[in-house]
Design a protein around this ligand. Sequence first.
Ligand SMILES: [Zn+2]
Ligand SMILES: [Zn+2]
Length: 447
Amino acid sequence: MNLRLFFLLLLASALSLNAQQTPQQLADAELPSLLTIYKDLHAHPELSGQEEKSAALVAKELRAVGCEVTEKVGKYEKPNHRPFGVVGVMKNGAGPTVLVRTDLDGLPVQEETGVPYASKDKAKNDKGEEVPVMHACGHDIHMATFIGVARALAKLKDQWKGTIVFVGQPAEELGIGARAMLKDGLYTRWPKPDFALGLHDSAQIEVGKIGLSEGYTYANVDSVDVSVFGVGGHGAYPHKTKDPVVLAAEMINAWQTIASRENNPTDPIVVTVGSIHGGTKHNIISDEVKMQLTVRTYKPEVRERVLAAIERIAKGCAVTAGLPADRMPTVKVRDDEFTPATYNNPELTKRIIASLQKALGKEKVESKDPTMGGEDFSEYSLLPQRSIPTCMFDVGGVDAAKFAESQKPGAAPLPSLHSSKFAPVPEPTIRTGMIAMTSAVLDLMKK
Ligand SMILES: [Zn+2]
Ligand SMILES: [Zn+2]
C-alpha cells in the first residue's frame, strides 16, 4: 500500500467513525470532564434565588457549544430573590423546537454523605440566617447531564434539525423559578417549544435505569395558612374561655375525613399539618393557634374541592365550639407558592419510552408510580390548558449493590431526595441521563 492510499483510508475510517457517532460514545468521551464539573458543583451548591455561580457556569458551557445565551432571565414577585435564569438557543435549520431544562438550586441541608467532594459551604437564607447548603436533590447531577447533552447535540447536528432551547432554571425548590422565567417572556422572547423535556435523578431507582409514568407524575402542591381564634383565659377555668388548642385538634382530625369520606378513593389527596403553634405556658388558654398545611392533589377540580373543604370544616368546627362570628378561623391559600401538578403527555411519553428503550435497552426503562411530590416543571406545559406536551423522567442514582440490599425484607429504607445522606453515584447517573436525554431529543428532531 502506498503512503497516499494509507492516509486516504485513514481519513475515510475517521470520517465513517465520525458519521457513526452515537449518544453512548459521546457520553463516554465527555464523562471525565462532566465528572469534574459535577464535583465542583456538588462542593459549592447555592440556595434558591442565589444561583449566581451555577448559572454563570451553565451559561459559559452553553456558549462554548455555540448557543445564543441570555443570562439573568426571570421576574420574581419578591425582591430578595435575584433572577438567575439562563436561556441558550441552539439553531439547526427549520424543524421542531424542543425545550430541555435543568434546575440549578441546592437546599439548606448539612451534608452527611461522607463523599470526598461533600459541600462544606454555608449561605444566608431569606431571613438572613447562616445555613449549610447541599445539593440534596441532585440538581448538580442535572446540570452536569444538561451540559453533556448540549455538547452531544452540538456534535450530532448532522442527525437533527430545528431549534433547541436549553433552559437553566433557578429556584425549583421554591416552586417559583419556571413561573418567573415564563413571566419574563421565555415563550415570547425566545422560540416557543413544541415539546419540553426534563429529567430528575432518583433516590429509589438503581443506576443505569430510567423510571417514568404516563399522565400525572407529580402533584399539585398548595401551602395553606390557618389561624384558629379562641377566647383566652386561665387554664383552670376553661368554662370562661373558648380553647383554640382543642379546636385546632378537632380540625386536624376532621380534615383527615376529606380523604377518607369526601373523596373518590381513586383520586389521591394528602392533607398534612406540618406546623402548629399556640400558647405560651401550661396554665394559660391562648387566644390563637396557627397552622401550616401542605395539600397535595392531581386534578384541578379535586384541588378546588379539597381547599374548599379545609375552609368549610375549619369554620364548621368553630361554629360547633360556639365561637362568635368575629372569631371565625381564617384559611389562606398561598397562591404565590402554588406548584401545579406535572403531567406527562401520554402521546409524547410513549415516543420518549420508545427512544429510551432503543438507546438503553428495554429492561432499563421501568414504569414508575406517580408521587405526591411537587415539581414546577409543569409550568412549561403552559397552564391551565397544557397546550405544550411535556415529559419528565427519572434517572436512577442508587448504587446497584445498595439497591439490592434495600430490597431485602426488613432492610433500612434508602436515603430519600432532600436527605443529608443522599449521594447518587455520579458516573453512571450522568452517563445514563445524558444518553437518555440526547436520544429523546434526537428522536423528536430527527432529520
Ligand atoms: Zn428537591
Ligand atoms: Zn429536585
